[in-house]
Write a protein that binds this ligand. Structure first.
Ligand SMILES: [Zn+2]
Length: 141
């Protein structure tokens, strides 16, 4: 199924036949992005005593004045938050803005690998005809 991109006008081929979700590989248009706006962020450190932690957003505001007011005396040793502008995107009806994504620790990576291996084994077991009940019976022994 082919449809024209509403932004660049080029023909986009839809593999799923889903008219609602358009992603244009030419211009990057994504129909799930409904709106984009400038926001103001009050950044603070996770370590309020020495400032040796990570920078995290205390709040994301429409107005610079709001971000200054909200960030007043909220940073390291009662200093003001660092105010910076950023972009927020309305994606599938929800606003997405700046955040601090935490990297996994080495222990977390081991846990993720265990979970991944479990899911792979479970899929194999299901393909061989085991039910959810069979799998939990094996797991809970
Ligand atoms: Zn396009």
């Amino acid at each position: 199924m082919a449809i024209k991109c509403p932004k660049c006008g080029l023909t986009v081929i839809l593999n799923s036949g889903d008219k609602e979700n358009i992603f244009c590989t030419f211009c990057g248009y994504d129909s799930k992005i409904m709106e984009i706006k400038k926001v103001w962020v009050s950044w603070i450190n996770t370590d309020l005593t020495e400032g040796r932690g990570r920078q995290i957003p205390l709040c994301v505001c429409e107005s610079k004045a709001t971000s200054i007011r909200m960030g007043r005396k909220k940073n390291v040793q009662g200093c003001n938050a660092e105010i910076r502008d950023a972009i927020a995107v309305k994606y599938e009806g929800k606003w997405l803005g700046p955040c601090n994504i935490i990297s996994p620790s080495s222990e977390d990576k081991i846990e993720d690998a265990k979970e991944n291996n479990y899911q792979i084994a479970k899929e194999k077991a299901k393909k061989l005809g085991l039910s959810e009940e069979d799998i939990s019976a094996l797991k809970n022994r």
